[in-house]
Design a binder for this molecule. Structure first.
Ligand code: NI
Length: 255
């Protein structure tokens, strides 16, 4: 087990190294310039992410609130819910948000066969392309769970989180807000659910509180790039903090 962990740590470091060295060209210079600007202006970037939508009433209220506050977020959508909410999904992108894939049926991918993984991801990806056009639709696996070997099945970056208020369980805005404010820091990826009414209230309060402290809410793609991280296919990102991301990736091995 120890040898496996060491090997995995080395492979992970190599993967990160490759991803980072992939940024040595034009885009890499742009990214590192962006990172320098971020540092020099002391802006604290953070990413709010919402799973399990879209849901007509709660998601539209959230989009209204985010827009009013000049905040952007990332939405990982359940494929079978897209068809009835196409205008809402188009609005997410029109407002500057990032849209991603949370499988078709919200199935646990960990332990599933390759064909199930490909079908669950592929069907939602096709639906997103039909509604939004061609693009790169990043994936958040339901429950955040995948086998290490399954990552090779993905042609896009994978997104985990570093702050989880367990909003789906508490369904209490006060507790959600407190839980997020306790753990959040620049570079955090916050997990919430736009399908839960209390979570929408909490998310908007979190935006108000953190914006007043100098935070800016950006998409996950922007968060990584502003911190000099070049997103790579099949790599699971927990936050924009490279050390934290690597540690957590390693700790996932054997789980
Ligand atoms: Ni989910």
């Amino acid at each position: 087990m120890k040898v496996q962990r060491l090997l995995f740590a080395l492979l992970t470091a190599a993967a990160f190294g490759w991803c980072l060295s992939g940024g040595s060209g034009e885009s890499g210079r742009a990214v590192s310039a962006a990172a320098q600007i971020a540092e020099s202006t002391q802006t604290k970037y953070v990413a709010l992410t919402f799973d399990d939508g879209p849901r007509a009433d709660t998601t539209s209220r959230l989009l209204d609130g985010l827009k009013a506050r000049g905040a952007n977020a990332t939405f990982f959508l359940v494929g079978r819910q897209i068809g009835a909410n196409r205008d809402l999904v188009r609005r997410m992108v029109a407002d500057g948000n990032q849209v991603g894939n949370h499988t078709w049926d919200h199935v646990k991918l960990q332990g599933a066969s390759s064909s199930v993984v490909k079908q669950e991801i592929g069907r939602t990806d096709a639906e997103l392309r039909q509604v939004l056009g061609d693009g790169e639709y990043w994936v958040r696996p339901p429950y955040g769970l995948l086998n290490d070997g399954q990552r090779a099945l993905f042609s896009v970056p994978l997104v985990h989180w570093s702050v989880d208020p367990e909003d789906w369980k508490l369904r209490n805005a006060d507790r959600d807000v407190a839980a997020v404010l306790r753990k959040v820091k620049p570079g955090s990826i916050i997990l919430m659910h736009d399908s839960v009414p209390a979570s929408v209230d909490a998310a908007l309060r979190i935006v108000d509180t953190l914006e007043a402290k100098g935070y800016e809410f950006v998409t996950v793609r922007e968060l990584l790039e502003l911190n000099g991280v070049t997103p790579c296919a099949g790599v699971l990102y927990h936050s924009a903090d490279r050390a934290e991301g690597q540690t957590k990736l390693t700790s996932l091995s054997g789980s």
